[in-house]
Write a protein of this length. Structure first.
Length: 121
């Protein structure tokens, strides 16, 4: 085989290999503005927030701000939520004030926030 043809075929093969890309990144971490992960948020995170934070006298209308009764406000306050729920149990600023969340609930919320807090109402 002629050396020019070998070189051409080598460059052609490199070109094909170099064109391989992973176009599935959006499927791995969904864009919260386009593809809401409603299942995990609605079945796991929202119930924890509703049971422990968005209760009468706390983070609901007529109570403490922020009102944690929608994905938008929970998402907007995610960094403060994460900070407050992870304070030492003897810290006066820990949330919820009734006592620390269970280790399982802390892990769920921390992992959800760390992975981008996908979801929607």
């Amino acid at each position: 085989m002629n050396s020019r043809l070998k070189i051409f075929l080598a460059f052609l093969a490199i070109g094909f290999l170099g064109s391989c890309v992973n176009d599935k990144a959006d499927e791995i971490v969904p864009n919260t503005l386009v593809d809401c992960d409603t299942t995990y948020y609605k079945t796991t995170i929202r119930p924890i927030i509703i049971a422990n934070c968005a209760i009468q006298g706390c983070h609901v209308t007529g109570g403490q701000s922020p009102h944690l009764n929608s994905y938008t406000t929970i998402y907007g306050g995610r960094n403060d939520i994460k900070f407050r729920i992870n304070l030492p149990s003897n810290d006066n600023n820990i949330m919820p004030p009734s006592g620390p969340l269970s280790a399982a609930d802390l892990t769920k919320i921390n992992n959800w926030i760390n992975s981008g807090a996908a979801g929607c109402d």
